[in-house]
Design a protein around this ligand. Structure first.
Ligand code: DGL
Length: 272
């Protein structure tokens, strides 16, 4: 068991966005080793069919599993929405997806009765969040809206000013009209725009809380490690090793935006 505790947590995403989950994990569990895989050769997942996303998710999981893991975290909302059940059934490590974590976090405040969700077209199309939320709290009303343009804006680093503000307005307006009391950011990239989103909600007169599924995921990982007696002990900071399927140097530059510090050597791999 003590050897198992030393193994890394594997985290994957369609690209860069999952680093918001890595950032939250590093803050909550600094002693853990993390292997991160960004499938940036095939990003975005959010516009693809569930069958394709599931196949990509298996490619990512198989690559990381071969390295030896104690837990697999699917940081990508779109991949979590379609691939969690099959990965959980067939892999022999705990598999955590961001959908359950986000749903739990959005329901944490029992006063929340009208829940808004934004995510990629893929995530919203599967209905995975409403399904999870209704299973946990059937009386809560759920309203969703896809917000596809927010992903390329964040990828471009266009995270303040008129353009993201207008896009955010368009996407959250129908949800504000439904008088939501909580807004769940159901996509890896959206936490980067959280301050724009919060400020637009207030401009529209909404007091809705904003829930960031990346932070919720880190809490869920912490609890799962404790439950399985897999938490790495000691004070030493864990290593972060990043793998990508394309353009490692531009990934390293953009990763600075997500993590706020350098990610070190990024290795390009073929996972197909
Ligand atoms: N990682 C994706 C998600 O959280 C966003 C980017 C993409 O579409 O691949 O849904």
């Amino acid at each position: 068991m003590s050897e198992q505790k030393e193994l890394p947590i594997g985290v994957f995403d369609s690209g860069l966005g999952g680093l918001t989950v890595v950032k939250a994990l590093r803050q909550a569990l600094p002693q853990e080793h993390i292997l991160y895989l960004g499938d940036n050769a095939r990003v975005p997942y959010g516009t693809r069919s569930p069958e394709t996303v599931e196949r990509y998710a298996w490619n990512c999981a198989n690559f990381l599993m071969k390295k030896g893991l104690k837990m697999l975290v699917i940081a990508c909302n779109t991949a979590s929405a379609v691939a969690v059940p099959s990965l959980q059934t067939r892999l022999d490590v705990p598999v955590l997806g961001v959908i359950r974590a986000g749903a739990r976090a959005a329901l944490q405040n029992p006063e929340h009765r009208r829940l808004g969700i934004i995510g990629t077209a893929g995530t919203i199309g599967t209905g995975a969040y409403p399904k999870e939320i209704r299973a946990m709290s059937p009386e809560v009303q759920v309203f969703q809206n896809p917000a596809p343009l927010l992903v390329p804006l964040v990828e471009e680093g266009w995270i303040d000013g008129d353009v993201p503000t207008l896009a955010v307005q368009r996407y959250i307006q129908p949800l504000v009209q439904q008088q939501i009391d909580v807004l769940l950011l159901g996509c890896t990239h959206y936490p980067v725009l959280q301050s724009v989103i919060e400020s637009e909600l207030r401009q529209m007169g909404s007091a809705a809380d904003v829930v960031n599924s990346a932070v919720a995921m880190a809490t869920e990982v912490q609890q799962a490690l404790e439950m399985h007696h897999l938490t790495r002990s000691g004070e030493a900071t864990g290593d972060l090793q990043c793998f990508v399927t394309d353009m490692p140097s531009s990934f390293a530059d953009a990763a600075m935006r997500f993590l706020g510090n350098p990610v070190g050597n990024v290795v390009k791999v073929d996972i197909t």
